[in-house]
Design a protein around this ligand. Structure first.
Ligand SMILES: Nc1ncnc2c1ncn2[C@@H]1O[C@H](COP(=O)(O)OP(=O)(O)OP(=O)(O)O)[C@@H](O)[C@H]1O
Ligand SMILES: [Mg+2]
Length: 464
């Protein structure tokens, strides 16, 4: 019926790739090249490992080791739903692999890749899988830790409602990203998202920035100017560093929230505004209330829905994931081909307390990109502040004899049940520790203080 395989392959509405064990591409049909990998027409890709696929929980999918374990386990097929960057877009694909042997040739893999992005809506409704909103959030806000899962859930809930949201957390934890996600997922997404950094203005300027002014209302007010509240009409206003605003603006803000109207500085005409407020702060507002610096009534008006961002220290196991994410980001930006960080650097990154949180981690990787020689980031490429960090010196000494334990040991100890001494670790945490040790089971078992057999049982139980 078909003259040959090629004719059939070019007819099918799915990607077909044949590759050898080293993932060298021996055949690729046009659909895979143009629709899945988004390559230019005449471009012939040589190795499948040059393309990054992600699992649906945004981990980089390690094609090489997956295919190797498939062969080692004597399996001939493998199926998984994956994400792939296709040009500027991201596609959800159903990835199915079969091994076969061609006469006189080595083992070959046949990849069948079906684009299922348009079926996202169906997926949204099937329990147990991720929803569209969550998919969008996870694409921008990286993290697998239980605390982040909760944040994704809170963002979806906030987006579905109209209430004011207060995002709290240390500097660099992603508060602004949360505001972006809430707006982007809400019904107001086609309206404006207006951002005001409340700490960047003097008292008078902030007032005119927020509420606008009429000509001549103060020196320098040469013409009428609408404020940010008016500009945010129909959308969302993000009030960053809300803990910095003074008492008189706090009173005015309270009025805006209660009456949904504003008056420009120098004008007594009320203008109706319709916007949702997302406020953020790295200050402890309750402390400011106690000190009479922040109004309690305003706090309750803003804090209708509260999202508290965890520090990076509290979600250590997300570090390998974030490192990969930023490497990918800077590879795209700089055209470099950095593959990863070496073990010592990752270990140091896992131990370092990251006072500047994710922003500081991002800056560290960006710094390393300038210095990196080759495709693996090494200790010497990291900022000096990190290199000179010595956990043993900084770790609080609780009992004599413990002062030489590194943070990683404390970290491994944290998975032990205090009474029974048994290992208590969930799937995400185990994945993080495995990643940290390049999936070397001996080193992972050593790190966790368990036997290789015990580790193997866990890996099997979690179906890693
Ligand atoms: N979970 C995350 N995944 C990916 N990037 C992140 C994440 N969290 C933060 N970032 C990045 O880190 C930087 C700091 O994030 P953001 O500006 O949202 O922090 P912030 O909490 O508002 O900090 P500050 O209080 O200092 O304003 C940004 O470049 C942001 O893109
Ligand atoms: Mg911010």
């Amino acid at each position: 019926m078909f003259t040959d395989f090629r004719t059939l392959a070019e007819t099918l509405p799915c990607g077909l790739i044949i590759a050898d064990k080293a993932m060298n591409i021996e055949f690729i049909n046009d659909f895979a090249r143009s629709k899945i990998l988004a390559l230019p027409q005449d471009y012939q890709p040589s190795n499948l490992n040059d393309y990054t696929f992600f699992t649906t929980d945004m981990r980089r999918f390690d094609m090489d080791s997956c295919m190797r374990s498939m062969v080692e386990a004597g399996k001939r097929t493998f199926h998984k739903t994956l994400l792939v960057k296709s040009g500027k877009q991201e596609k959800l694909v159903y990835f199915s692999v079969n091994t076969f042997v061609q006469k006189g040739k080595k083992d070959l893999f046949l990849f069948n890749i079906t684009d299922i992005s348009d079926e996202m809506d169906c997926i949204t409704h099937s329990p147990g899988t991720f929803g569209k909103g969550e998919y969008m959030i996870r694409n921008k806000i990286i993290g697998n830790d239980q605390k982040m899962q909760e944040i994704y859930r809170m963002i979806s809930l906030a987006a579905d409602s109209e209430v004011n949201v207060l995002v709290q957390g240390e500097s660099g934890t992603g508060k602004e990203l949360v505001a972006d996600a809430i707006h982007g997922l809400s019904d107001r997404k086609n309206g404006p998202l207006v951002k005001v950094n409340c700490s960047a203005f003097s008292e008078t300027l902030l007032e005119s920035e927020l509420f606008g002014h009429v000509k001549g209302s103060f020196t320098g007010a040469y013409k009428d100017k609408p404020g940010k509240f008016e500009m945010a009409n129909g959308g969302t206003i993000f009030l960053d560093e809300i803990g910095e605003i003074n008492q008189s603006i706090q009173v005015k803000l309270l009025r805006v929230i209660q009456e949904k109207t504003i008056e420009r500085v120098g004008d007594n005409k009320s203008v109706k505004v319709d916007m949702r407020i997302v406020a953020a702060t790295n200050k402890n507002l309750r402390e400011l209330i106690k000190k009479d610096i922040f109004r309690e009534d305003l706090f309750y008006r803003l804090n209708v829905f509260n999202i508290f961002m965890p520090s990076l220290r509290e979600r250590h196991l997300d570090i390998p994931l974030l490192v990969d994410y930023f490497i990918e980001k800077f590879n795209t930006q700089t055209g470099k081909k950095v593959k990863g960080v070496n073990r010592d650097s990752l270990k140091l990154m896992m131990e370092y307390p990251w006072p500047g949180n994710i922003r500081e981690l991002q800056n560290a990787i960006e710094h390393a990109f300038v210095l990196v020689n080759g495709n693996i980031i090494e200790m010497g490429d990291l900022p000096l502040e990190l290199q000179s960090y010595s956990p043993a010196r900084r770790e609080p000494v609780t009992q004599s004899g413990e002062q030489n334990l590194s943070a990683s040991v404390y970290y491994a100890e944290s998975f032990k049940n205090k009474q029974s001494g048994r290992l208590k670790i969930n799937r995400e945490q185990l994945m993080g520790v495995l990643e940290m040790h390049d999936f070397n089971q001996t080193k992972t078992a050593e790190f966790l203080g368990i036997s290789r057999v015990a580790l193997w049982k866990k890996i099997k139980k979690f179906e890693i």
